[in-house]
Design a protein around this ligand. Sequence first.
Ligand code: SF4
Length: 325
Amino acid sequence: MPVELRRQLAEVYHLPLKELLPAAWRLRLKNFPPVLGLATPGSKHYDSGDHRNHRRLFVTISITGQGCRLQCEHCRGELLKSMYPATTPAALLELGRQLKDGGCRGVLVSGGADLGGRVPLLPYLEALAGLKGLGLKVIVHTGLADPATARGLKNAGVDQVLLDIIGDRETARRVYHLEMDPADYGAALENLLSAGLKVVPHIVAGLNFGRLAGELEALYQVLSRDCRDLVLVVLTPLPGTPMAGITPPPPAAVGRLLATARLAGPRLNILLGCARPAGRHRLWTELYALRAGVNGMAYPHEATVARARRLGLKPFFSDLCCSLL
Ligand code: SF4
């Protein structure tokens, strides 16, 4: 079966795009209602003709502030700068109370990683349960979670966990500075799933300095387990990092990955996530994603929403993370 799935993925992936996209679109229409979820969480301002987000409804928190031991090449801690810092369990709970009083409905708890690629969540389990007690939706970025963390998160009652799956040993070493292979990411996924958590794996297209390497293997790690959702994001060259000047993978390549995921995972809830290059790249990626049969996307361009309507899809907006669509 594993060999079979790997072979299927490779075969589908190499189909000409003009066959791949229509096949993926037909399957989407057959297996899902004609709706398109559109997520506009509060980490970015969003205002199109159709929808304006309420930035307080959903926020992202870093339990390490701007600190990160791994200093990955694509981030170097830059992604942490826009998050609310809460670097002790008491501070996390207090922030949760303040946010809730201000109308917040949910949080993504994230943070920098330790040298093993884990977000150091263990001291925060009780505070996470406290956030749930306040009535907030709680999503957690775990990194390479061990079984104890996975069980603790389940007991804390968190709603979802998000985990990046790296399908290439060299990418893990060169970008994340981790001596890990795809099976280690599969094992972390397994730890979270077997604790009974709802896991939403993320795959980053082009993470290896813009080059596609291991995305299919990452897809294999997801599809060979009992995952119902998948988020694909695209490497975004960030100023202040060694990847500032690199070229991200082209929109058509992202469309190819999404269509492959659709055909190999006919009932998978597939989402195009928030981390993506801006401008024309963003629009073209979204147009490919529509044709590849995604179920939803984050921060859509208004032209994408119009195209979705012309294709017969009914868009709806949510100010929470796309994983909650
Ligand atoms: S990709 Fe979706 S689930 Fe992941 S952080 Fe962005 S909006 Fe949230």
